[in-house]
Design a protein around this ligand. Structure first.
Ligand SMILES: [Zn+2]
Length: 222
């Protein structure tokens, strides 16, 4: 459950590729449309850009082996201006329909406001009442947002779950390359070199060549 196209790849792309390869069903849901509207209404150029971006998202999801990808139409970089309930309703509908057992989503202390809103909406929509399909929630980090909060926004990202992605880190890099418009050059945190370096760093923390790091938000064993 991500706020913007490419967050899903940056946050859990390699883990998703591994889960898909192991036979799990992976579904991506992106709540924001991903293009910041500069004016009221939408210009042709913006509409075109959005179409391209959504094509890239589908190509990336295919590379990862996801079973589905949905992109919703919430406004980019202004989710904090809408009632939280409207975002919660979208997440509730998704959870009711797809019935995921595990949800990966944003970390609540990211610099990007949309990330924080999606985190709150996921927590609200998946309250652990009887019949709730979601048993585990993990927060992922998004390079250039999680670390750019410099641990000055609460809460700080403190990963305690690590997934060995030695076999799928290159699938993540290839999926990011599908997002031509979002590509950045090193030393940007989203560049291929920096993404590999991050995976190497977390891998070294837990004794493997490459890892993605997550924070366990909630786990319920029925
Ligand atoms: Zn984002």
């Amino acid at each position: 459950m991500a706020a913007h196209p490419d967050d899903e790849v940056l946050g859990c792309g390699a883990t998703s590729a591994r889960l898909a390869a192991e036979g799990h069903e992976v579904h991506f849901a992106i709540l924001g449309e991903g293009i910041t509207a500069r004016h009221r209404g939408q210009s042709d150029a913006e509409a075109n850009q959005k179409e391209q971006l959504h094509k890239h998202a589908h190509a990336a999801a295919t590379k990862i082996g996801a079973k589905s990808l949905e992109i919703h139409k919430l406004p980019d970089n202004r989710l904090d201006t809408m009632p939280l309930l409207d975002v919660v309703k979208i997440v509730e509908e998704l959870v009711g329909r797809i019935r995921p057992e595990v949800v990966y989503t944003h970390h609540g202390g990211d610099l990007n406001v949309d990330h924080g809103v999606v985190y709150r909406a996921v927590l609200t929509a998946t309250r652990p009442m009887a019949g709730q399909p979601v048993r585990e929630i993990y927060a992922f980090e998004v390079p250039s947002s999680t670390e750019w909060a410099f641990q000055r926004l609460e809460p700080a990202f403190r990963p305690n779950v690590f997934v060995d992605v030695g076999r799928t880190i290159e699938t993540k890099i290839a999926a990011m390359e599908c997002y031509e418009s979002e590509a950045r050059k090193f030393p940007h945190p989203r560049s291929p070199e920096a993404l590999r370096a991050l995976a190497t760093r977390w891998g070294s923390v837990v004794g493997c060549n490459a890892a993605e790091a997550f924070e366990l938000v909630r786990s319920v064993r029925p």
